[in-house]
Design a protein around this ligand. Structure first.
Ligand SMILES: [Zn+2]
Length: 508
């Protein structure tokens, strides 16, 4: 029989160890979430408690062998607490990009992160590690018969059941997300890209400036320019030479899979077993200056696509999309203003955070046209109307954003083109679904716009006419790759001209 006294000792020891883990690590994933109302707070409290119980389960099982506990626990505890410090203070996103920076010795970033506060915190972590080991030593020898062992097994089972029922429910939070990020980092790329060309590539167009704006979560039917009953595009409506394409389709409804498809010769119908070619590899081969300016953290699936650009500027790559510290897209314009676009042929990509949830973090006070807006990041604490108001305000911001870039492009004498496409759409309560990564007409119909300069119209009259002809045509996101190669009249690489937005149907 296990004595009650020993169980009590164990309970106190593991209670204290878990309290230290909770304060140092687990809570960091929750402090930046606004809870909204009491219901939101209660749900997050339950979530936090369930997460901590799973951590108790694993800690207890590790502690069954004291040698394992003395060696492994300090390593996991100290490294997780260190990362939690940056989550607490900076709301850093624990993702593959962060692990890459830490492991691939980007020392400038590492040194930037060390502050006097961090040194103090680190001293506390070492002290806390000793405390945990002390608590463990003072508890009675652990036995498999202990009721806490049974509880630990239940908690570990709870971890796997939770993960099975809702993907990443626990592994999206500290400390588990560190393991997920390391795992992602060590995985092989999901797509293989061919970066060499058998034939020499050539183009017939001499000079053009293309600005390609890759949007986020913008559904076509919420743009005023497409007939939405709210005026969400007041500035773009006044622009001449601007065409909206409201019938674009993609079945790929989240960034990690839609972006690689849009920016390569992968079709929406293709599987991943084939080898693809990145659009930028072709542009580089044609001696076109390529620049990427991004406001999203890098996903492994499109890392090689971004890095194929000659110049890469990533603003705010380490803040998660849910962070309140996440920069707004206007920071992209500041970089766009200073980059060198003087060569005859340039292709600049601007990757926005756009209309990604949490909508209210995406626009400034001056773009808050529709009220009242969402109450918190907890979806259920706001009404449908409030969420749609918040979403539509992100489109007011987008209208201002694109209009600002168009105004900057206008004075140029070089034929200039702005192509905007969202990576996918967004669901706003249809069939009680929200956000994206789920199939629904709203998430599969991304917004797309093209603006061309007067000099572009003079230089490419037939192609400009085709842009108008194709306005209402149903098309898929395959058209971006095909349109750009068709516009440049690329030879030496296959593409489908008939799938290009610049393609004019031969007259009967
Ligand atoms: Zn996306």
């Amino acid at each position: 029989m296990v004595s009650l006294k020993k169980v009590k000792q164990e309970l106190i020891a593991f209670g204290l160890i878990n309290l230290i883990i909770a304060v140092n690590i687990t809570l960091a994933s929750f402090v930046h979430i606004p809870f909204g109302d009491f219901k939101g707070f209660s749900l997050y409290f339950l979530y936090f408690s369930a997460l901590q119980l799973t951590i108790f389960g694993f800690t207890y099982i590790l502690a069954l062998n004291k040698y394992l506990f003395y060696t492994i626990f300090p390593v996991i505890f100290i490294s997780s607490s260190t990362i939690a410090f940056w989550v607490y203070t900076q709301d850093m996103s624990i993702n593959y990009g962060l692990i890459e920076s830490v492991l691939e010795s980007k020392t400038d970033i590492a040194f930037d992160l060390i502050s006097p506060q961090f040194v103090l915190y680190f001293i506390w972590i070492i002290f806390a590690t000793f405390l945990c080991i002390r608590f463990y030593k003072n508890s009675s020898p652990l036995k498999l018969k202990s009721p806490l062992f049974l509880l630990a097994i239940l908690c570990v089972c709870g971890f796997f059941t939770g993960q099975h029922l809702k993907r990443d429910v626990f592994t999206s939070k500290l400390p588990y997300n560190i393991i997920s990020a390391i795992k992602k980092y060590s995985e092989k790329p999901t797509r293989i890209y061919n970066q060499t060309f058998e034939d020499e590539l050539s183009k017939t167009v001499d000079s053009i400036d293309i600005v390609f704006v890759l949007g986020e979560s913008v559904r076509a039917d919420h743009l005023g320019i497409n007939g939405y009953d709210r005026e969400t595009t007041p500035l773009l409506n006044l622009q001449q030479n601007l065409i909206s394409y409201s019938n674009i389709y993609t079945p790929l409804t989240y960034t990690a899979i839609s972006v690689p498809q849009i920016l390569s010769n992968q079709s929406i119908h293709d599987t991943l077993i084939k080898e693809y070619t990145i659009l930028y590899s072709i542009l580089n081969e044609l001696k076109i200056s390529t620049t990427w300016i991004g406001n999203q953290s890098i996903e492994k699936s499109y890392e090689s696509i971004i890095k194929e650009n000659k110049n890469v500027y990533l603003i705010d790559a380490f803040h998660s999309v849910l962070s309140f510290k996440k920069q707004k897209d206007e920071e992209l314009i500041k970089v766009f203003d200073i980059i060198d676009r003087d060569s005859a042929f340039t292709f600049t990509t601007i990757h926005m955070i756009g209309s990604h949830w949490f909508y209210d973090s995406r626009y400034t006070a001056k773009h808050k046209k529709f009220t009242p807006t969402a109450k918190s990041k907890f979806l259920k604490s706001s009404t449908k109307d409030e969420l749609i108001n918040s979403y539509d305000n992100t489109l007011i911001y987008l209208d201002w954003f694109l209009n600002s870039i168009i105004e900057k492009l206008k004075p140029s004498k070089t034929p200039t083109l702005l192509i905007y496409i969202s990576d996918h759409g967004e669901i706003l309560g249809e069939n009680n679904q929200w956000l994206h990564a789920q199939n629904n007409k709203a998430s599969t119909n991304p917004a797309m716009l093209i603006w061309y300069s007067d000099s572009f119209k003079r230089e490419f009259p037939v192609k400009t006419e085709a842009l108008l002809e194709n306005k209402n045509k149903t098309n898929s996101t395959d058209l971006i790759f095909n349109s750009i190669l068709h516009l440049l009249q690329v030879e030496g690489f296959p593409y489908k001209a008939s799938n290009s937005i610049f393609y004019s149907n031969p007259k009967q």
